[in-house]
Design a protein around this ligand. Structure first.
Ligand SMILES: Cc1cc2nc3c(=O)[nH]c(=O)nc-3n(C[C@H](O)[C@H](O)[C@H](O)COP(=O)(O)O)c2cc1C
Ligand SMILES: CCCCCCC(=O)C(=O)O
Length: 392
């Protein structure tokens, strides 16, 4: 069988031979080191914003440790010398099962403040699609212009004014985004003690909301343009960003926003997944927002299998707690069609800009690929719940 994708595990040899291959020596190989070094590099308010979760961060931490309940069962002599990590998502051939989760104002993790553009360039280099947040620092058109051949997705926070939502989606379509993700778990901001302690939420300063402020329909709501009164514009943004009354009766309207593949993010209950698919939504994004929104919840990975079953074959993207290659393999085995990476790439950006993100992605893919090689699961189709052993 011809395999078109490379063995991502080959990054291991490139790293060992870094004197010859030019791989950067200053970038870490574990999430623990990545996080510690990024926290030492970033300003305290950005650390608090990126690292923080809701409440005492029980759910945020459990998202990660819940993966330990599962072990990949090794199979021998199955012929796993070559692996194929490619997937097809909504008719798009992608070289890997990874996506870059939407991270609002991730631009601020880059030294020049334009980390959205660096992320989009990393997406182009690695073939891993970026899901650009509504809250990119740079206008979505400038972000999309960096994607090259890699498709991009646009994530919508549904504003109170439907005309603003329609404006964002039509701008995203015109800019060439290939799918729309509507986030449902953030109709209101969660209780985030780290940010509360610092009295800090970066968006409220307004200087990082250029995408929002570039929207022609949003601008009609402002007494003065943001260039003249950024603080007042940020307060209008805060009161308009999200419509907390959004409900299932609005599903038909959400569907009418676009003919592009449409996903709902934040779905963790099988009945919600079924209702969405029955209502014409194309895909489910199973996530608890990395534990940033509701504390005390169940780890997202524990809810993935029933969501996949209820989705009835529609694609299910998963995120929350993915920190290593083993987590990617386990999420795929539990039925995810694609796995999105959140905080790890924000930290890669902080440490190494575009190179840092590419390094994080290549490391995660190498670890996943080598696990599939060593444990005898050469393709994603080979990964299913039978590949996993659940500890009691
Ligand atoms: C700093 C930060 C900002 C985020 N901003 C958004 C956003 O704008 N839109 C969105 O849908 N999700 C947002 N998320 C949630 C991520 O898309 C994703 O669900 C989460 O990061 C996954 O958890 P993990 O980072 O612990 O793996 C954000 C997450 C972080 C860490
Ligand atoms: C009212 C919603 C603000 C969300 C800001 C970005 C985000 O999603 C986050 O987790 O932070």
């Amino acid at each position: 069988m011809e395999h078109e994708t490379p063995n991502y595990g080959d990054y291991q040899l490139e790293v060992y031979l870094r004197g010859l291959t030019g791989v950067r020596e200053d970038l870490p190989f574990t999430f623990a080191e990545l996080e510690a070094r990024a926290h030492a590099t970033l300003p305290p308010d950005i650390v608090s914003y990126v690292a923080g979760g809701a409440g005492n961060e029980y759910t945020q931490n459990a998202n990660v440790t819940a993966f330990d309940r599962w072990g990949v069962i090794p199979r021998m002599l199955v012929g796993a010398a070559r692996r194929d990590l490619s997937i097809n998502l909504f008719g798009m051939a992608l070289p890997t099962p990874l996506l870059l989760a939407p991270i609002g104002v991730i631009g601020l993790c880059a030294q020049d403040g334009h980390g959205d553009l660096a992320t989009a360039r990393a997406a182009a280099t690695s073939g891993v699609p970026m899901i650009a947040s509504t809250l990119t620092v740079d206008p979505l058109e400038e972000v999309a212009a960096q994607f090259g051949e890699t498709p991009g997705f646009f994530q919508l926070y549904n504003p109170k004014d439907r005309a603003v939502a329609e404006s964002f989606v039509s701008r995203a379509e015109a800019a060439g985004f290939k799918g729309i993700v509507v986030t449902l778990d953030t109709l209101q901001l969660g209780w985030r003690p780290r940010d509360l302690k610092l009295g800090n939420f970066p968006q409220l300063k307004g200087h990082c909301l250029a995408n929002y402020f570039s929207d022609p329909v949003f601008r009609t709501k402002l007494a003065k343009p943001p260039e003249e009164d950024v603080r007042a514009a940020a307060l209008v943004w805060a009161s308009e960003l999200s419509d907390p009354t959004l409900n299932w009766n609005d599903l038909a309207w959400l569907r009418s926003l676009t003919k592009l593949p449409l996903l709902l993010k934040g779905i963790c209950h099988p009945e919600d997944a079924k209702r969405a698919i029955d209502g014409g939504i194309d895909g489910i994004y199973c996530s608890n927002h990395g534990g940033r929104q509701a504390n005390g919840g169940i780890p997202a990975i524990d809810l993935l299998p029933t969501v996949v079953e209820a989705a009835g074959g529609a694609p299910v993207v998963f995120d929350s707690g993915v920190r290593g290659g083993e987590h990617i393999v386990k999420a795929l085995a539990l039925g995810a069609s694609a796995v999105a990476i959140g905080r790890p790439y924000a930290y890669g950006l902080a440490l190494g800009g575009e190179d840092g993100i590419v390094h994080v992605l290549r490391s995660l893919l190498a670890e996943a690929d080598l696990l599939m090689a060593i444990d005898g699961y050469p393709t994603i189709a080979d990964l299913n719940p039978d590949a996993l052993h659940a500890r009691a």
